[in-house]
Design a protein around this ligand. Structure first.
Ligand SMILES: C=CC1=C(C)c2cc3[nH]c(cc4nc(cc5[nH]c(cc1n2)c(C)c5CCC(=O)O)C(CCC(=O)O)=C4C)c(C)c3C=C
Ligand SMILES: [Fe+2]
Ligand SMILES: [Fe+2]
Length: 344
C-alpha cells in the first residue's frame, strides 16, 4: 500500500510586522491572479503602482498590534494545529502557507522525504473561494506536475455544511458565549468582490447576488462562497436555536473600489450600535485560525466602532484554532480518507 501523508495549507503572513516584510508579503499575495483577478497590466499598476506604496505602512502598524513573541498569530496557531492533529493520526502531517517562505513545495518535499506517495491536501478554509481554496489547489497541482510527478494528491472539499463541522463550531460558540453578555450575534466572514462569485459560477447564470440566488438550490453552490457563508450562519443558528433578529451575516476586510459582498461588517456594527443593541458578540467562521483580520480588524477596530456609536460590550469569539473537537474532526477526516481516498 502507498505511504500516505497530509498537507495542511493556510494563507500565510509576513515574516515580521516591519513594513519591508509586509510589503513583500502583500506583493506576493495581491499579485496572485485569483486574488486581484484583473489583467496582469492592471494588477501590476494597481498593486505595484498604488497598493504597495500606500498600504504596507498601515498594515505593518496593524500587524504590530497583534504580533506575538513567537511570530504571526496565524502562523503560530496553524503550527499548533498541525502539532495537535499529528498527535491524533499515524500519518505524517506537514504545514504550508500559500504565500511566504513556508511554501507548498517545501511542505510536499517534507512529506516526500518521509516516503509519502499519496497526499491529502487540506486547505484550511471551510468555504470555497477562488482567492483561497482554488489558488492553493491550482498551485499544488502545478508544483506536483513540475517537481513530484509520481505523487498523488487528493484534497478535502469545502466543509462548510459538514454536520460534524457545524456541531464543532456551534459548540465552540455556545461554550464561549456562556461567559459573555450579548443580545446579538454577528457572523462576519472575509469578503470577496462580487465579481469573484460570478466567475466561480459553474452554471454561468445562477449567481445574480440579488439576495435570493444563494437560497435557491443550484450546482453553482459547490463553488459559491456567498452561499457557503450564508449556509454556515443558517446551520449554526439552527443548531443553537438562535431567535430571528438576534443574529445576521456580514462581510469584512474589503479592499479597493469594487463592489464586495454586502452587507459590510463595519457598517453592520455601526448600525447595530445605533439601533440600540447594547451587547454584541461576533464570530468569524471564514477563518479557522485567528489572524490579523480577527484580532485587529474585528477585536480592536470593531469594538472601537461599536462603542463609538453607543454600544457597550463587544465580544469576539475565537476561531477554532486548536479546539480539541476540531482537531479530532480533522484527524477523523484524515483517517477516513486513508481508508477510502476522496478523488480530487
Ligand atoms: C476566507 C479567507 C480569505 C479570503 C476569501 C480573502 C480574500 C481577499 N483578501 C484580500 C486582501 C487582503 N487580505 C489580507 C489578510 C488576510 N486575508 C485572509 C483571508 C482571506 N482573504 C487572512 C486570513 C488574512 C490575515 C493574514 C494574517 O497575516 O494574519 C490582507 C492583509 C492585511 C491588510 O493589509 O489588510 C489583504 C490586503 C483580497 C484582495 C481578497 C480577494 C478576494
Ligand atoms: Fe484577505
Ligand atoms: Fe449564490
Amino acid at each position: 500500500m502507498n505511504k500516505k501523508g497530509v498537507l495542511l495549507v493556510n494563507l500565510g503572513s509576513p515574516e515580521s510586522p516591519e513594513p519591508k516584510d509586509v510589503k513583500k508579503y502583500l506583493g506576493e499575495f495581491l499579485m496572485d491572479e485569483r486574488v486581484i483577478d484583473v489583467p496582469l497590466w492592471a494588477r501590476t499598476l494597481l498593486v505595484k503602482g498604488i497598493v504597495l506604496n500606500t498600504r504596507p505602512k498601515a498594515s505593518a502598524a496593524a500587524y504590530k498590534k497583534i504580533w506575538w513573541e513567537d511570530g504571526s498569530p496565524l502562523i503560530v496557531l496553524s503550527e499548533q494545529l498541525q502539532e495537535k492533529v499529528q498527535e491524533y493520526t499515524e500519518f505524517p502531517v506537514a504545514l504550508a502557507m500559500r504565500y511566504g517562505s513556508m511554501t507548498i513545495k517545501k511542505g510536499l518535499q517534507e512529506l516526500v522525504d518521509k516516503g509519502v506517495e499519496e497526499v491529502f491536501l487540506i486547505p484550511l478554509y471551510p468555504q470555497f473561494a477562488m482567492a483561497t481554496t482554488e489558488t492553493i489547489l491550482v498551485l499544488a497541482e502545478d508544483i506536483r506536475k513540475e517537481s513530484f510527478p509520481d505523487l498523488k494528491i487528493d484534497s478535502l472539499p469545502a466543509f462548510y455544511n459538514n454536520p460534524e463541522y457545524i456541531s464543532v463550531l456551534a459548540n465552540a460558540i455556545k461554550d464561549d458565549l456562556k461567559h459573555k453578555k450579548h443580545d446579538y450575534l454577528l457572523f462576519s466572514y472575509h469578503g470577496v468582490p462580487e465579481r469573484h462569485i460570478r466567475k466561480s459560477d459553474i452554471t454561468k447564470s445562477h449567481c445574480t447576488i440579488d439576495g435570493s440566488c444563494c437560497k435557491t438550490p443550484s450546482p453553482a453552490h459547490e463553488f459559491c462562497y456567498r452561499h457557503q457563508c450564508l449556509e454556515v450562519t443558517r446551520l449554526v443558528a439552527e443548531e443553537l436555536k438562535l431567535e430571528k433578529d438576534t443574529y445576521s451575516t456580514s462581510f469584512q476586510s474589503r479592499l479597493g473600489f469594487d463592489q464586495w459582498l454586502l452587507p459590510y461588517t463595519d457598517r453592520t456594527i455601526e448600525r447595530l450600535g445605533k439601533s440600540g443593541v447594547e451587547n454584541m458578540a461576533i464570530v468569524t467562521p471564514a477563518f479557522v485560525s485567528d489572524c490579523l483580520e480577527t484580532l485587529e480588524e474585528i477585536a480592536m477596530e470593531g469594538e472601537e466602532l461599536f462603542q463609538e456609536v453607543g454600544g457597550k460590550e463587544f465580544s469576539t469569539i475565537p476561531c477554532l484554532n486548536t479546539n480539541k473537537d476540531w482537531v479530532a474532526l480533522l484527524a477523523q477526516w484524515i483517517n477516513e480518507w486513508a481508508l477510502a481516498p476522496i478523488k480530487a
